[in-house]
Design a protein around this ligand. Sequence first.
Ligand SMILES: Cc1cc2nc3c(=O)[nH]c(=O)nc-3n(C[C@H](O)[C@H](O)[C@H](O)COP(=O)(O)OP(=O)(O)OC[C@H]3O[C@@H](n4cnc5c(N)ncnc54)[C@H](O)[C@@H]3O)c2cc1C
Length: 437
Amino acid sequence: MGTQHSGRPRVVIIGGGFAGLTCARGLARAPVEVTLIDRRNHHVFQPLLYQVATAMLSPADISAPIRRVVRHQRNTSVVLGEVHEIDPERRVVVSDAGEIAYDILVLGAGARPVYFGHDEWAKCAPGLKTVEDALEIRREFLLAFERAETARDEDERRRELTFVIVGAGPTGVELAGAMIEIAREVVPRDFRNIDTRSARVVLIEAGDRVLPGFPARNSEHADRDLRRMGVELRLASPVTEIDERGVAIEDERIEAGNVIWAAGVEPSPLTRDLGTPLDDRGRVEVEPDLSVPGHPEIFAVGDLARVVDSATGEEVPGMAPGAMQMGRHIARLIVREARSSAGSRRPFEYRDKGTLATIGRGRAVATVWGRAFSGWPAWLVWALVHVFYLIGFRNRFMVMLEWAWAYVTYKRGARLITGEDSADEGVGWEWGRSPRQ
Ligand SMILES: Cc1cc2nc3c(=O)[nH]c(=O)nc-3n(C[C@H](O)[C@H](O)[C@H](O)COP(=O)(O)OP(=O)(O)OC[C@H]3O[C@@H](n4cnc5c(N)ncnc54)[C@H](O)[C@@H]3O)c2cc1C
């Protein structure tokens, strides 16, 4: 692919996620030519993906077309394409849209679910990373109730109404809380042959507490809330087998129609092309300014980088605020160097804004400025922060409307079973499609 060369530095950004998109926006008025490439045409607000997976929100509520986000930036082109390789010697990235030359490269391709040596589990226990994943989980979740309704024997009905989530980090906790609420509060009156309130939601965690990355007080609160809501917790229980009919934890077997993987992610494989040291999780060990060792013209940001906060010496957690701050840091650095090449680079400093996770209606845990709290106050902070960071007025408005509606009526707006091959809300709407037997 030929790139226009205006004489200004060519900045190529791989990934329109939290890090890449923030970097691109920070370069809006910089004297550089920006190319932003992503395999999808939209940015996804991943913290709310679980609400698409559990039929609260629609994909369009939490996504924004990348072209639209940067439409006012005259210096920015968007390329829809998958990057297959980075060639640091020739300074090109190889994508299915062709080769793209760069002077400065920002690698923000994020992470993907990892099954710790059991890739075969992926087909029985999908991970949650993209809108397509969320729609597939939603489809299987809703179909489970349909299948239970027409099941011929009790064992089969029980199995269909058992939902297992592996991994009790924020995503696992949020999914478990939402699923038990739906089964107990939202759908009971929709079915005639089954009591959906008898559904089991089992949350399995290899570590000894839920929300392992959170302060202990938050974990205790979440543990108590989940149990009160009816979620079964299995702590210190590494999963040893997953197949189409359920999971095993050493000697215990749980027959389940639905298993979801929320246990871990690994960095994009593109990190391996850089020829630089990776940590034991495959992340790039970056310099304090976020550049790749030996390549001051390449930056690694977000989930695929191991970043140490230069102020505290602590590792920056792999979450959205860190990724956005890294994107902003690189943008400032590029602007400064494009305007005047002089001066040494400032190291990246992380501003810890706290941790948040929601568990259910009015239930959440938070730690902000070192203070751990829970319940309604935490839920309100969670809701405000998430709405604030959603890109686009329409998304913010729609999400607030959906939440308000759900809180008043206990209804979920997006309870559609959509086609297997469709990631599009409008396509594949199948009233009365007979569920898999
Ligand atoms: C389900 C879920 C819930 C989460 N909840 C929270 C939360 O509540 N709070 C929080 O702070 N963080 C949360 N996170 C973590 C947060 O989303 C990540 O830390 C953040 O997205 C990292 O940003 P990033 O820019 O590194 O990667 P991403 O945002 O993942 O973006 C990577 C982008 O790169 C693109 N890409 C990848 N490979 C290629 C390629 N080869 N070619 C072209 N494009 C490519 C992808 O399509 C994607 O758009 C959650 C994550 C998940 C999956």
